[in-house]
Design a binder for this molecule. Structure first.
Ligand SMILES: [Zn+2]
Length: 525
């Protein structure tokens, strides 16, 4: 069949002009939509988070805005694809949006803008996940939490495991037990008896509150209620209720070691999640009238700040010897022998250094490199979990996925930030001051990292700055130094098995090592 030339050209022209007209229409429609101001964007953001929560209940960690808004969202019944598109469109408006609060400090306003952009970008990604899109572990972490955690190898944990091995008291039959078995037998001896748990927890939360109140302006009327629950994927949870109140739930499926009590009290309560939420409600929702903080989107960069500060807050509220002194009080309240408290604390503090292994376990499992059974065994070996705790943790990973980076990696980012901007003295006034700013103002993980780059520990240097990269390689760094400077780059260590695709970016590095294992060169691929 033969098309006359003119006919073909005319057809092409017609198609082009129809497209051009459609585009012009779209532009006209866009400009007909009045530009939103920051508060309107905040309201729209809240509605979209609630809308996604209708499909994915874990998305909404807390909401304490008007119930009518939630009812309206239920009636509108937006599909995840619509939520994704609307969040994307809203994101594009943030930079140009006016702020109705002319009296607010410019710095706070620019933080607010950054915060909203990152929260909206994460909402887009979560809506994609809800629609079935799959990301690698690191890509999911970057998309939802604005940062990817370093990669760890088994050798990273060997020195701590050896230390714990030495610290554990000797028992008959130890030769037949794995280190995890020995560790768990030891820890179980220091579990808080069920009948005393409520009283011991309350004692710890009250102490943590008194300590936080010395350094932070806790809003008048803030309060919490504590309940013991069962059959959950997590070990404790703070459900923020709004009106300056929290419901703190502690899961008693597994025995609670006395050493966990201070951690739970600080993390869930003071100066952790409860304080974080009350300061944001008091300062930003009531004080600034910013609607976006009436909702807490769980799978968002806000969670890295929340979990990172909550974990960091344990050592802030109970620094050094003060922790031991109060641990002894808890031993007494739990009916345990205070003579054992010092060694107990030393052992659990060492075990805490293993927590990043949980990130590696989740990454391998979710990226399909290890089965559930292998992951459970790996966690017993490198996190010293009991089989029951490993099973609980796998449930957590299945449900919350890359969320796990927010704990130890979030804490490390917070620690580096506070060290760089305050000081390195645990529990000092400067540390509390920096901490207060982090938990009472809009913050994003990228803000922690940017401020951190001047510090000794460099996190996430730019791999595309080749001059800087060459200078760094010229120092003949260790593999670990490379991994912590370039956490986003897959460092192929000796003996590591990697995929064979060709990479044109600099996301993977094969190092050349000298006889001492120092990097003396290498190639990207
Ligand atoms: Zn938490």
């Amino acid at each position: 069949m033969r098309f006359p030339l003119c006919r073909l050209l005319c057809l092409l022209l017609m198609t082009w002009s129809v497209q051009a007209a459609e585009m012009a229409d779209e532009v006209a429609q866009e400009s007909a939509v009045p530009a939103l101001n920051m508060n309107q964007i905040g309201h729209a953001y809240v509605r979209l988070v609630l809308a996604l929560g209708e499909h994915d209940p874990d998305t909404v960690d807390a909401y304490y805005g008007p119930a009518a808004v939630r009812d309206e969202v239920k009636r509108a019944a937006l599909a995840p694809a619509q939520i994704e598109a609307e969040a994307q469109a809203l994101l594009l408006q943030v930079d140009g949006a006016d702020s109705p609060q002319s009296q607010t400090q410019p710095e706070l306003l620019s933080q607010r803008r950054e915060y909203l952009k990152k929260q909206l970008a994460a909402l887009v990604a979560r809506a994609q996940i809800v629609q079935g899109e799959k990301f690698s572990f690191d890509d999911e972490a970057r998309a939802l939490y604005d940062t990817a955690a370093p990669h760890y190898v088994e050798a990273d944990f060997a020195p701590v495991l050896a230390r714990i091995e030495k610290l554990l008291p000797r028992q008959a039959g130890d030769a037949q037990r794995t280190l995890a078995e020995r560790y768990n037998r030891y820890i179980e001896r220091y579990a808080v008896p069920a009948a005393k748990l409520q009283a011991v927890m309350t004692l710890a939360i009250n102490e943590a509150r008194a300590r936080a109140a010395k350094h932070l302006p806790l809003p008048t009327g803030e309060r919490f209620e504590l309940s013991l629950v069962k059959d959950k994927a997590w070990s404790a949870y703070n459900w923020y209720q709004g009106g300056l109140s929290s419901r703190i739930e502690v899961n008693i499926d597994l025995p609670i070691p006395v050493s966990r009590v201070i951690e739970l009290a600080s993390h869930e309560g003071y100066p952790g999640h409860h304080v974080y939420n009350t300061l944001l409600e008091n300062g930003l929702v009531i004080g600034q009238q910013w609607p976006e903080y009436t909702v807490y989107a769980l799978f968002s960069p806000q969670s890295l700040i929340a979990e990172g500060t909550a974990d960091y807050g344990v050592g802030l509220a109970f620094p050094g010897k003060e922790r031991l002194a109060f641990t002894k009080e808890l031993f007494t309240a739990a009916g345990l022998n205070t003579k054992d408290a010092a060694r107990n604390l030393e052992i659990v503090n060492a075990a805490r250094e293993l927590v990043p292994a949980g990130i590696e376990a989740a990454r391998r499992y979710l990226d399909g490199k290890a089965t559930a059974a292998d992951t459970a065994l790996w966690m017993q070996r490198f996190l010293l979990y009991s089989p029951e705790r490993a099973a609980q943790r796998l449930k957590f990973i299945d449900k919350y996925r890359a969320y796990i980076i927010n704990y130890s990696w979030g804490e490390e980012l917070v620690r580096n930030y506070i060290r760089a901007n305050g000081n390195d003295v645990a529990g000092s006034a400067e540390q509390w001051q920096q901490f207060f700013q982090l938990i009472s103002q809009p913050r994003t993980p990228a803000m922690l990292v940017a401020a951190d780059e001047t510090d000794v520990v460099i996190v996430g240097a730019d791999i595309n700055d080749l001059a800087d990269f060459e200078d760094f390689i010229a120092t003949q760094p260790t593999l670990d130094a490379f991994a912590s400077r370039y956490p986003d780059v897959l460092l192929v260590r000796p003996g590591m098995i990697t995929t064979r695709e060709f990479r044109s970016d600099r996301s993977r590095f094969f190092p050349d090592l000298d006889s001492q294992g120092l990097i003396i060169g290498g190639r990207f691929n």
